[in-house]
Ligand binder design. Structure first.
Ligand code: URA
Length: 192
C-alpha cells in the first residue's frame, strides 16, 4: 500500500512530457488497488481532467452502466488509463506521451498483480495485448500472458457513437463475468 501511495504521488507530480503543461489534474485511477480486475482506458478527457478521476463524463456513465449489467462497480475493481494526462482537444495520445507514461502503468500492474485486464478500446489493447490488435475482430476474446487473462471491449465512447455495437458488447461482458467467476478468488468482493 505504501508503494502504491508513493507511485501515485510520483505520478501526480510527473512532468515527463508536455501534457504536464496543459493538464488540470493527473488522473491516476480509481477503485481498489488490490482488485483482481483492472480496466484500462485510453486517456482522460475534459471532465476527467477537471475532476482527476477516470471515466466521469458521458462515456463514463455508460461504463458504469456496463459494469452494473454484470454486477460490477467501480469501487470494487480498478480503472485507469494508458496515458494519465489529458491530450489537448482530446487528440490521440502521441507515441512520445505513451512512452513517457508507460512506466506508471507497468508499475501499477506490478503492484496490483491483477488476474484479469480489460482494455477499453483499440489504443490500450494495442499497448497491453498486442501492437496489431484489431478491435472489430478481436474484442471479447481472451489472451493469456504471464498468467494474466487479457481482453478488450469496445470503448464506451465508440458505443455512444455506434449503438449497434452494444449487443456484441453485452455478449463480451457476459464472457467477462464468466471469466471472473472462473478465475478470481474473491468474487464476493468483486460482485455487488
Ligand atoms: N476515455 C478514456 O479512455 N478514459 C477516460 O478516463 C475517459 C474517457
Amino acid at each position: 500500500m505504501r508503494e502504491w501511495e508513493e507511485l501515485k504521488k510520483e505520478c501526480l507530480h510527473c512532468r515527463a512530457c508536455s501534457l504536464a503543461e496543459t493538464r488540470t489534474n493527473v488522473v491516476f485511477g480509481v477503485g481498489a488497488p488490490d482488485a483482481e480486475v483492472l480496466f484500462i482506458g485510453e486517456a482522460p478527457g475534459a471532465n476527467e481532467d477537471m475532476q482527476g478521476e477516470p471515466f466521469v463524463g458521458r462515456a463514463g456513465k455508460l461504463l458504469d452502466d456496463m459494469l452494473a449489467m454484470i454486477g460490477l462497480d467501480r469501487s470494487r475493481i480498478y480503472i485507469t488509463n494508458s496515458v494519465k494526462c489529458r491530450p489537448p482537444q482530446n487528440r490521440d495520445p502521441l507515441n512520445t506521451e505513451k512512452d513517457a507514461c508507460h512506466g506508471y502503468l507497468v508499475r501499477q500492474l506490478q503492484l496490483m498483480q491483477p488476474k484479469i485486464i480489460v482494455c477499453l478500446g483499440r489504443i490500450s489493447a494495442m499497448e497491453i495485448i498486442k501492437p496489431d490488435f484489431k478491435i472489430t475482430q478481436e474484442h471479447g476474446q481472451f489472451f493469456e500472458r504471464d498468467g494474466i487473462q487479457m481482453t478488450a471491449l469496445y470503448h464506451p465512447a465508440a458505443l455512444l457513437r455506434d449503438p449497434h455495437k452494444k449487443p456484441e458488447t453485452f455478449e463480451d461482458l457476459k464472457r467477462l463475468q464468466a471469466k471472473i467467476r472462473e478465475i478470481c478468488t474473491h468474487t464476493e468482493l468483486i460482485f455487488t
